[in-house]
Design a protein around this ligand. Structure first.
Ligand code: C5P
Length: 225
């Protein structure tokens, strides 16, 4: 049967990652977290002392880091220049810098090309679930199935602060504000902003358990397969 390409887009804290991984596992597909790639690029810039608001320098250096994504949904990995960065890319410093870096066209151009290569590679093993902001609209406009996940700002902030644990500065309110600021930047940028594809199935996850969302996601995917 033909390989499945599943695009999962949505705002931060909508439950994209958990749902994408579980749906991929249930369907025997690979999994690609494109947000982790933008975070890896951002981590590298900060590591090299780059001012992330200096778009020209970010653009000039966008080709430098070697970014490798592992696509096993049970154990996804992200490696930059040989270093495992799964943890450091989740810090607040990186989280609050990533929208500036991901708005730079040269960054998107390079990472989108890498993402399309992973989609091609995954065809040999049944297909892939790709999560991000512009997957259904730009990276894989011909995806087999497209999902767009949303949730109320309160639900999203609560999920995010549970994830951050250990950072005393990240109260629910601060997290909520940082999250809304990031969404505004991601939705307002010129280069492929966060947007729902016309043919995407929207799921509001506010009142649903993870299990229920996975169930609906898998149903939608199989219906369109
Ligand atoms: O999904 P996650 O919250 O880890 O994504 C981090 C950031 O990466 C987003 O806020 C956005 O700026 C950027 N991103 C993007 N395009 C994607 C995935 C993520 O611009 N496809």
């Amino acid at each position: 049967s033909k390989p499945l390409v599943v695009a999962v887009d949505g705002t931060s804290g909508s439950g994209k990652s958990s749902v994408s991984k579980q749906a991929a596992h249930r369907l025997g597909l690979r999994y690609l977290d494109t947000g982790a790639m933008y975070r890896a690029m951002t981590w590298w810039m900060l590591q090299h002392g780059v001012d992330v608001d200096d778009a020209e320098t970010v653009a000039a250096l966008a080709g430098k880091p070697e970014i490798v994504s592992g696509t096993d949904p049970l154990a996804p990995t992200i490696v930059v220049d040989g270093q495992d960065v799964a943890e450091p890319i989740r810090t607040r410093t990186v989280t609050n810098a990533v929208s500036a870096v991901s708005a730079v066209p040269e960054v998107r151009h390079r990472l989108v090309a890498m993402q399309r290569l992973e989609i091609e590679r995954a065809a040999a093993s049944g297909g892939i679930v790709v999560e991000g902001r512009d997957i259904g609209t730009v990276v894989a406009p011909h995806a087999t199935a497209k999902l767009y996940l949303t949730a109320s700002p309160e639900a999203r902030a609560a999920r995010r602060s549970a994830e951050i644990n250990g950072d005393p500065g990240a109260t629910a309110e601060v997290t909520r504000q940082e999250l809304l600021r990031r969404d505004a930047k991601d939705s307002g940028r010129k280069a492929s902003p966060l947007a729902k594809a016309g043919d995407a199935e929207e799921i509001d996850t506010t009142e649903l358990t993870l299990e229920e969302v996975v169930e609906r996601a898998v149903e939608t995917i199989l219906k369109r397969a």
